[in-house]
Design a protein around this ligand. Structure first.
Ligand SMILES: Cc1ncc(COP(=O)(O)O)c(C=O)c1O
Length: 393
């Protein structure tokens, strides 16, 4: 069995579907299902597996750190992107009169948070960049980021065009003006090699259920050492303090031997400052198993040889059919987007044949991952061609 057959044998959906919607949600592997069911089984037989849960939260933070070139102390385990982002935003000291700059190619959730801050008067302005041809020019960031910019919020890979942002260049511009760069990397961790330090990223968010192929409910937040030292949380809880139960466990202390200090606030000195309460431990069990699977199959290193070949074939095939690509050819990851007059009609037709892609307003998004094959891409293109012929699209 070669590596691809081995990987596919662990992912049940590959047996009956051509699944090309990893940007929507990745499939669950046998490894994830087994890890979750073993954990629940243990829970039901022995009572709450608290010790295992705490150990696995720490291991999940470590595994995630490895995927982005960061140490475990810089990673928080959060219930998802939006929660992690809001934990960071509510811990940053923002000077009065500040603005934030964001790309409209971002998934809306972070921009909505910034707009909420503006409506409370925490930010004076939210500046949205103007994209052209599926991406935002670097000159546009230069135009928008000024001495009053506190935050620049960009998605590493756009959910809606597949554009891979030039993060290092954006962070150079932002840092010259003293702004922080916060990156939502939900569509890149698990597919691409990322190095937060080389790319000048101050904070990064990711969730479990897309390219990491975990269940819903887990996520991670990275903060650089410099940013960490300046965080002043407006909200916190018993997991965000230096004397949290997970820290007590690491020090070899009994978890509830001493009362918690409720007379003051001593925040954690590492990224757990962003963790507020008990983690969604079942989701983390599955996500940890999945990150280990992706590591074993060297997902991010195989991007160059396998996944990007699937993506190139998709792009060529779509253009050969006379359809207009929205994904820039020169800067993308594993999301391919093309314009289509009736996206829901096409997606439903393909679904009835066991091919899963996502329809979005005026476009179709196709997002292969490491476990997909070139034969699956050919079948998708063949069916797309037939549909165009029949529907006259
Ligand atoms: C880039 C990106 N960020 C964030 C989210 C939502 O994350 P969550 O609901 O886990 O906060 C999505 C959902 O599709 C997304 O595509």
């Amino acid at each position: 069995m070669n590596w691809l057959e081995d990987l596919r044998s662990r992912i049940d959906i590959t047996k009956n579907k051509i699944y090309l919607d990893n940007a929507g949600a990745g499939p669950l592997s046998r490894d994830v299902v087994t890890a979750i069911s073993n954990f629940i089984d243990l829970w039901s037989r022995e009572g709450e597996p608290w010790d295992e849960a705490l150990e696995h939260i720490v291991e999940a933070r470590k595994e995630f750190g490895e995927l982005i070139g960061a140490s475990v102390d810089n990673i928080a385990a959060t219930p998802g992107v939006t929660y992690g982002l809001n934990a960071i935003l509510s811990s940053i000291e923002i000077k009065p009169g500040s603005n934030a700059v964001a790309s409209p190619l971002n998934f809306p959730t972070g921009i909505i948070s910034l707009q909420a801050m503006r409506s409370r008067g925490i930010l004076k302005e939210v500046r949205l960049a103007k994209p052209r041809n599926g991406y935002v020019d670097i000159e546009e960031y230069e135009r928008l980021i000024d001495d009053r910019t506190s935050i620049v919020l960009v998605d590493y890979v756009s959910w809606i065009t597949g554009y891979r942002e030039r993060v290092r260049e954006v962070s150079e511009i932002a840092h010259k003006k003293g702004a922080l760069v916060i990156v939502d990397a939900f569509h890149s961790v698990g597919v691409l090699e990322i190095d937060v330090k080389k790319e000048g990223i101050d904070a990064l968010l990711c969730g479990s259920y897309k390219w990491l192929m975990g269940p819903h409910g887990a996520g991670f937040a990275y903060v650089s050492n410099e940013l960490l030292q300046s965080l002043k949380p407006a909200f916190s809880g018993w997991m965000g303090i230096e004397d949290s139960v997970i820290k007590r466990r690491a020090r070899g202390e009994k978890l509830f031997e001493r009362p918690f200090n409720i007379e003051g606030f001593s925040p954690a000195r590492d990224a757990t400052i962003l963790e507020w309460g008990t983690w969604p431990v079942i989701a983390f069990e599955g996500t940890l198993a999945s990150m280990r699977l992706l590591k074993r199959f060297e997902a991010v290193y195989r991007y160059n040889t396998h996944t990007s070949r699937l993506v190139r074939r998709l792009m060529d095939g779509v253009e050969d059919l006379g359809l207009r690509l929205k994904t820039p050819r020169d800067s993308h990851a594993a999301i391919v987007v093309f314009e289509y007059r009736d996206p829901y009609g096409l997606a439903e037709k393909l679904r009835s044949m066991g091919i899963i892609v996502s329809p979005r307003p005026g476009i179709i998004r196709v997002s292969p991952h490491l476990y997909n094959t070139i034969e699956e891409i050919e079948i998708f293109l063949e069916q797309l061609k037939k549909h165009i012929k029949i529907s006259g699209a």
